[in-house]
Design a protein around this ligand. Structure first.
Ligand SMILES: Cc1ncc(COP(=O)(O)O)c(C=O)c1O
Length: 417
């Protein structure tokens, strides 16, 4: 029997969504009602272990008491006002983010793509102010993901996402991850920035090596280009350190943050080094909804929770256990190519499509997320416990075994033809 809620109301809502929402997402036939910690509940009361965390946004799980208290209080005061006015929260959050990262100034926007857009504009502006408009090229990685707006899409190294939307923004130079020679050849005096995800997320979860990041840092200095790290997915504690670049011992000129920053309310941030503080001058950039009092207050509550509840250490410890269990799954199952990643950004790469596995896991009460069709990406809440990982493994193991038998059967059938 199906576990999905199939009451008349849920069926009506699913049908209404399919009639009125553009078919951009591969959606699942379930209507979620509420969340609590690492669990979601559908409108029939079925419970699901959320290993997806809203694509990495819900780092504090669902309905975290600090976020609930801060938002309940703030919505009765001011939710939004023009960014031209000061409230107690935007400045404090910026000061704390800069203290944590060593950066010197912050610009807020709403989502990741918008922040990447801001970073590209800043890199161009800085190059034009100090060098020439010829210095506009952007070096980024094949397989990277930086967003869906035209600028961020143009520097996303996956042609499948850019198809249909050309012409791209000019000046994107894509290079192969970890190929130092290709990077050295691509960066020139015409490069205004090198844009890297410190851990590639949507592209399949690949951590950039210390050597690669150090070389990018060196080349950026050499050619007066900015090193921009897009840590929208891997930053803010997900690797067990506040920022993933800390593992490599380098610092960027520009750091982009998003996803969990606003505690679930849209908030992204562009953090810049001191020499870039004035690169986006008065009236040169903006975001009506960026840095709202509600989002920034939740941002402060998020930082408080990570600090006061010891979540960085917890991510490191739970991440190590997750890695151990994923490595076991990889050893036991021939449809698993590799287990990789760190902290709570990890992946299992399969040799079979992921969608049927995600659908079957949902039936068994576990939300899984696949990228690139066959890479199971784990970026759960920082509140995840070892027992949750064990539950997930219990659900996933037989699904992988079934996928393995199916693919062997298929191979056998093809061999007899
Ligand atoms: C590294 C990275 N950059 C940019 C984005 C785009 O963010 P958004 O979807 O909030 O626009 C994402 C989203 O997944 C991301 O992972």
């Amino acid at each position: 029997m199906s576990r999905f809620n199939q009451n008349a109301d849920a069926s009506h809502m699913l049908l209404r969504d399919s009639e009125w929402l553009l078919p951009v997402y591969a959606r699942f036939p379930v209507v979620m009602d509420r969340g609590e910690g690492v669990y979601l509940f559908d409108t029939s009361g079925n419970r699901y272990l959320d290993m997806m965390a809203g694509l990495g946004v819900n780092a504090l799980g669902h309905a975290h008491p600090r976020l609930v208290a801060a938002s309940n209080d703030q919505v009765t005061k001011i939710v939004h006002l023009s960014p031209q006015y000061c409230t107690p929260y935007a400045g404090e959050l910026a000061e704390r983010l800069c203290a944590l990262s060593g950066m010197s100034g912050v610009f807020y926007s709403t989502g990741g793509s918008e922040a990447v857009e801001g970073a590209l504009k800043l890199a161009r502006a800085f190059a034009q102010q100090n060098f020439s408009s010829k210095k506009h090229r952007v070096v980024s990685l094949l397989g990277s993901y930086h967003g869906r707006t035209l600028g961020s899409l143009s520097v996303t190294g996956q042609a499948k996402y850019r198809d249909d939307f050309g012409p791209d923004l000019p000046g994107a130079d894509f290079v192969t991850r970890e190929d130092l020679a290709e990077l050295q050849a691509a960066v020139s005096d015409d490069t205004c920035c090198i844009l890297l995800e410190t851990v590639l997320g949507e592209g399949g979860v690949y951590e950039l090596s210390k050597e690669y990041l150090a070389e990018a840092r060196r080349l950026a200095y050499k050619h007066n280009a900015l090193l921009i790290l897009d840590e929208i997915q891997c930053g803010l504690g997900r690797t067990g350190k506040w920022f993933a670049y800390e593992h490599a011992g380098i610092t960027p000129d520009v750091l982009i943050l998003g996803k969990p920053l606003g505690g679930g309310v849209p908030l992204s941030a562009l953090l810049v080094s001191s020499e870039l503080f004035h690169a986006l001058g008065l009236g040169k950039h903006g975001s009506t909804l960026g840095g709202s009092p509600l989002a920034c207050r939740l941002g402060l509550a998020f930082l408080d929770a990570v600090e006061e509840e010891g979540l960085l250490a917890r991510v490191t410890e739970t991440g190590a256990y997750l890695k151990q269990r994923l490595v076991e799954l990889a050893a036991d199952n021939d449809v698993v190519e590799e287990a990789r990643g760190l902290g709570l950004i990890q992946a299992l790469e399969l040799t079979v499509p992921g969608r049927p596995i995600a659908e079957a896991a949902l039936q068994k009460g576990v939300l899984l997320n696949f990228v690139q069709g066959n890479v199971k990406r784990f970026h759960p809440s920082f509140l995840l416990e070892k027992q949750h990982i064990d539950t997930m493994v219990e659900v996933v193991r037989p699904l992988l075994q079934a996928a393995s038998s199916e693919s062997k059967q298929m191979e056998a059938t093809l061999a007899t033809r």
